[in-house]
Design a protein around this ligand. Structure first.
Ligand code: ADP
Length: 253
């Protein structure tokens, strides 16, 4: 039996008369990478922000690590890590100072340099956020989510806009965070990323969950239903060529 760390039952969110989330239910298991997939406007961000305690729900029940979202939002805030948008970082502070500032805000004793090192940013400790490459910026925002030693982190499209090397590097780091015991909830529009990274995914469309399973189970089910690709695919794709030619090494200096 897997331990449930997030339980969502009949969650509804209305914006005026418009129902953006239409009574969804799902569980997230402790220690898994759980993907929330779906087209734009499906209700992913709304759902994520409700779980992050940043947005109110219209109805339904949400329990996170045993805490009821309605009664104990403060307790929930303490055990989750949320990736900030870039604008949340003070532009004049160096990375190491930013980590120390956030640690202070969370009232946490944090070895700032060790945290930066765990995200391969020790060489950038004295740089400003705006001086970083896209991959480094994403690694830094990942580091910030870990400051309060959270049980769960929420990542909203963490690899959008990155080159193939930086995406692979981030996948490794996210898997390492999961392997160290943190549950990861992630949204992405990259299906290869979801397939590579997620233990289970929920596909959400027009405010409803239409499937929840592991990527492998979903693919097997589709094939069992008689699905065939329109075109015979080759055993490699252009991304394989790109990585083969340019290597896996990060390019960001
Ligand atoms: P996704 O993250 O899957 O793209 P969202 O949760 O952002 O979807 O949006 C779901 C639906 O709710 C969309 O139709 C969007 O226009 C609508 N919506 C999101 N936020 C608001 C808001 N603050 N007020 C009104 N409608 C909103």
């Amino acid at each position: 039996m897997q331990k449930i760390i997030i339980s969502v039952k009949d969650l509804v969110k209305k914006y005026g008369n418009f129902e953006a989330v239409k009574g969804i239910s799902f569980d997230v298991y402790a220690g898994e990478i759980f993907g929330l997939l779906g087209p734009n406007g499906a209700g992913k961000s709304t759902t994520l922000e409700i779980l992050e305690t940043l947005r109110s729900k219209t109805s339904g029940e949400v329990t996170i690590h045993g805490f009821d979202l309605e009664k104990h939002p403060a307790e929930i805030k303490q055990i989750i890590g949320v990736q900030l948008q870039n604008s949340g970082y003070y532009p004049q502070l160096k990375l190491i100072e930013l980590v120390e500032m956030f640690a202070g805000l969370y009232n946490q004793k944090t070895d700032a340099l060790a945290l930066l090192k765990s995200m391969q940013l020790e060489d950038k400790a004295n740089s400003l956020y705006k001086e970083l490459s896209g991959g480094q910026q994403q690694r830094f925002s990942l580091a910030i989510t870990l400051i309060n030693h959270p049980k769960i982190i929420f990542l909203d499209e963490p690899t959008t806009g990155l080159d193939p090397q930086a995406r692979r590097n981030l996948w490794q780091l996210i898997k390492r965070i999961r392997d160290n015991g943190t549950t990861v909830i992630i949204t992405t529009h990259y299906m290869d990323e979801a397939e590579m990274l997620c233990d289970r995914v929920a596909i959400i469309d027009s405010g409803k969950i239409i499937s929840i399973a592991s990527p492998e189970q979903m693919i097997d089910e589709l094939l069992l239903s008689g699905f065939e690709k329109a075109k015979e695919t080759k055993r490699a794709n252009l991304e394989d060529v790109f990585i083969h030619l340019t290597g896996k090494q990060l390019r960001e200096e």
